[in-house]
Ligand binder design. Structure first.
Ligand SMILES: Cc1ncc(COP(=O)(O)O)c(C=O)c1O
Length: 442
């Protein structure tokens, strides 16, 4: 009763373009570890982590302690016009981890604001408003970030402050290139980029912005070597490479940064989400020459706020102490193996993604067309069985799976069990009484 009342109030006062999951939307009351409790009185294993934000899970003593320590000072905000010790320490740490030569860091409050900053810097530095992005990319909801978002469903509206051309992402099926092997595909993509630069854009292009694994598109990794091949082409034209690591950062893909799978060093690296353990924090780390090129002053009132930075330092300590990138890789593989072994359904593609940034895609087994209703149904079934997963993908037919990086092997097996049962039960329900019994993972 209470949650439907809240839903009515939500609908009355919030805009309709803010989507909610589930027929009966869920209100979260509390959480511990990887378990959330709803105001519906039920417990849920969380495999969505607040959209890849809650890196460490819930009720983490180290995070509580960092927050309480800061609260005890009585000051959680001072503005960037004063020195902020935690901000400087965090900047030093991110600079060192970035792999970028002589790096400088700027903090923001969100991924969108960080993308916006990278675009501001790149367009000014290169004196060009031309940017190249990837098809199906998602880069946020501010004006510039929307322009480089290659998914119409998330573009919100069609006007743009930038000129944007779109290159190929990692999904070979788009454009019917699925018959190519990785080497041939990467070659074709690099050639396509050369052609975009030669004919489809003005003489000077500012930057190319790339998610190493396209998260909102449905955890689509770039093909092996694709980013390296793109970087080689860009370097010939002095076009800057911006790595958007908002979803892929802090170990989620099994390496500290997603771009490290491709042995490239970006000129600018955009981060947010998982660094703040739920406290709003984002930023850009990049080459000094680019980062310092703005002629005017520019500040973000809340960017690098002392509380968020204190939490981020505690988060990164934890990530390092427990080697969460390696753990994410191992848990991602366990989930893949468990599901691959037990879920044989012609309408479900093998689990896709890298580390713990994953997606399960549903398509009609005969036509291959995206099966959006099935993805929605399976998400609802998972919820009923106590598992939270996201919904999305370029064609909205994917379950998005990205638990906190602290997830344990028994939790992974439990989630795989629920997912496989939800898929099988859904198939059985549609086939009627002659359907084979749903299998279990025991
Ligand atoms: C790759 C990527 N870039 C940018 C953003 C925007 O971040 P925010 O929602 O914090 O503005 C997102 C958000 O999902 C994202 O996935």
């Amino acid at each position: 009763m209470e949650s439907s009342d809240l839903y009515d109030r939500h609908r009355a006062v919030l805009p309709p373009w803010v989507p909610l999951f589930y027929d009966d939307p869920l209100e979260i009351a509390s959480g511990t570890g990887r378990t959330l409790r709803g105001t519906d009185g039920k417990e849920y294993l969380d495999f969505y982590a607040g959209v890849a934000v809650n890196t460490l899970g819930y009720d983490v003593p180290e995070i509580r302690e960092a927050v309480e320590r800061k609260m005890r000072t009585g000051v959680v905000h001072s503005s960037t016009f004063y020195l902020i010790r935690e901000q400087v320490e965090l900047a030093e740490r991110i600079a060192a981890a970035s792999g970028i030569d002589d790096p400088v860091v700027f903090f923001t409050t969100s991924g969108s604001e960080a993308v916006e900053t990278a675009l501001l810097l790149a367009t000014h530095h290169r004196q060009s408003q031309q940017v190249i992005a990837l098809r199906y990319a998602y880069h946020g909801r501010s004006f510039g970030a929307l322009s480089v978002t290659g998914d119409r469903a998330w573009q919100a509206q069609g006007l743009s402050p930038l000129r944007v051309a779109y290159a190929r992402g990692g999904d070979k099926r788009n454009g019917g290139m699925n018959t190519l092997d990785d080497t041939a595909y990467v070659h074709a993509c690099a050639q396509d980029l050369r052609e975009i630069i030669a004919t489809g854009t003005p003489e000077r292009t500012a930057a190319m912005i790339v998610e190493p694994v396209q998260g909102v598109a449905g955890a689509v990794p770039l093909a092996p070597g694709q980013l390296r091949a793109y970087a080689d082409v860009l370097r010939q034209h002095e076009i800057l490479l911006i790595a958007d690591e908002v979803q892929t950062g802090w170990g989620r893909t099994g390496r500290y940064w997603g771009h490290q799978w491709h042995e490239v060093t970006p000129d600018l690296l955009v981060f947010a989400k998982g660094v703040g353990s739920g406290f709003p924090l984002g930023g850009v780390v990049g080459r000094r020459e680019v980062m310092t090129s703005l002629p005017g002053a520019s500040v973000s009132t809340f960017g690098g706020n002392p509380l968020a930075c204190a939490v981020a330092l505690a988060t990164l300590d934890y990530v390092d102490r427990y080697d969460l990138p390696a753990h994410a890789l191992a848990m991602g593989e366990l989930l893949r193996e468990t599901l691959d072994a037990h879920m044989k359904d012609p309408g479900v593609a093998p689990l896709r993604g890298t580390g713990l940034l994953m997606a399960l895609e549903f398509a009609d087994e005969l036509s291959g067309e995206p099966d959006v209703p099935r993805a929605v149904r399976v998400q609802e079934r998972c919820r009923r069985q106590g598992l939270l997963v996201g919904l999305g993908g370029a064609f909205k037919n994917c379950l998005r799976i990205m638990p906190p990086l602290t997830v344990t092997a028994p939790e992974v097996r439990q989630a795989a069990d629920i997912l496989a049962a939800a898929v099988a039960d859904d198939a059985a329900d549609r086939q009627g009484p002659l359907a084979p019994p749903a299998h279990s993972l025991d």
